[in-house]
Design a protein around this ligand. Structure first.
Ligand SMILES: Cc1cc2nc3c(=O)[nH]c(=O)nc-3n(C[C@H](O)[C@H](O)[C@H](O)COP(=O)(O)OP(=O)(O)OC[C@H]3O[C@@H](n4cnc5c(N)ncnc54)[C@H](O)[C@@H]3O)c2cc1C
Length: 213
């Protein structure tokens, strides 16, 4: 629909869980060898694998980041609260269904591509058959991050009590300090944050050059 940003990204990668080159992406995403073994993904390792990774572009669930201690060098406590909002689960299940549908198109069939049958073996979910309950269980069991965290230091108007920085990116209540990075986005954007972060930085450079404070 015109003007409505997408809520789902299908990220295509030239590897799959169980690929010999699994180190490329799946280790980065934190899947352990036990999961790969238990779902028998290694059975496909002599094949060419690719993935369609359904990704929530507008998650409704909001996590938080808190200080663990007063030591600034200590790692903070991060709670992403994945799937706290049920709508996110529904969107993810429809994204998985879409990826399956794409794998069954003529174009994919013509190159001999088919969905990895091991996708139906995810440990802890097999009792749900092949319906939405299974896909929901898979989503809750093996979802991971694309490292697109944003919004922990929100920009907003002075009337917004949840805003940390003002529209010039100055930290409210602190003299001479700005925050210029992905954290100032008031809401997560429906796409990769890299280019928008560069735009934020360019805009901030212009504001700082033109600013008196
Ligand atoms: C593996 C991975 C893949 C990604 N892929 C994509 C992608 O394909 N497309 C996309 O759009 N986005 C992608 N992202 C997200 C994107 O990289 C981030 O959203 C973006 O880099 C955030 O920019 P930033 O300036 O907010 O933070 P960063 O890029 O993290 O910059 C923070 C900087 O601060 C420095 N720093 C930290 N602490 C201190 C300190 N105490 N003193 C001085 N300097 C400090 C760090 O060294 C770093 O240079 C990916 C992220 C990851 C991790």
């Amino acid at each position: 629909m015109k003007g409505v940003p997408p809520d789902m990204l299908l990220l295509m990668t030239g590897s799959g869980i169980g690929s010999v080159d699994e180190n490329f992406i799946y280790n980065q995403l934190g899947y352990d060898k036990k999961f790969i073994k238990d779902a028998n993904y290694a059975a496909q390792e002599d094949r060419h694998l690719f993935s369609l990774i359904p990704t929530l572009l507008q998650p409704k669930s909001v996590g938080d980041i808190r200080l663990r201690t007063s030591d600034p060098l200590d790692y903070p406590l991060i709670d992403p609260r994945y799937y706290e909002n049920e709508q996110d689960v529904k969107t993810m299940v429809s994204g998985i269904r879409l990826a399956i549908k794409i794998s069954e198109t003529k174009a994919f069939k013509s190159i001999g591509a088919k969905m990895n049958p091991n996708n139906w073996n995810v440990p802890g979910c097999t009792q749900y058959g092949k319906g939405d309950k299974y896909l929901e269980c898979v989503a809750r069991s093996i979802s991971t991050t694309l490292y697109h965290a944003t919004g922990t230091c929100k920009m907003g108007a002075s009337t917004d009590p949840s805003a940390v920085v003002d529209p010039q990116l100055r930290v409210r209540g602190v003299e001479g300090l700005r925050v210029v990075d992905a954290s100032i986005m008031p809401e997560i954007i429906a796409g990769g944050p890299h280019a928008p972060v560069i735009m934020i930085a360019e805009k901030a450079a212009d504001m700082i050059r033109g600013a008196k404070n």
